[in-house]
Design a protein around this ligand. Sequence first.
Ligand code: ZN
Length: 110
Amino acid sequence: MKRRSAYRDRPRDMERIAWIWTLPCAARTLGQCYGRACAPHAGRRPVGRKAPDDTCIPMCSRHHAQRGSFKGPFRLWDQQRMRHWLATMVEHYQKLYEEHLRPEENGDQR
Ligand SMILES: [Zn+2]
């Protein structure tokens, strides 16, 4: 049995997660994509806990499952490649989110 209370009670960045849900799957270019993304955690997690919400990346349920079991497009990947890919994605979406929070800084300055 899993204890769920600690997971549920921790602070969540719901705005960020809601934004992640609007994005296409991060692994869509790898093929076999379901399209609709959820927001799994991609960061290193502290022992026994989920990773912080700022490491969420959009992934469809299929790629999320395949990522965990190294199947489908991930079947030839090793841990190192997976970690590198996830770290790249986390960084990419963190940057994208920062831009999303400050849209007025994009151009239009005199
Ligand atoms: Zn996908």
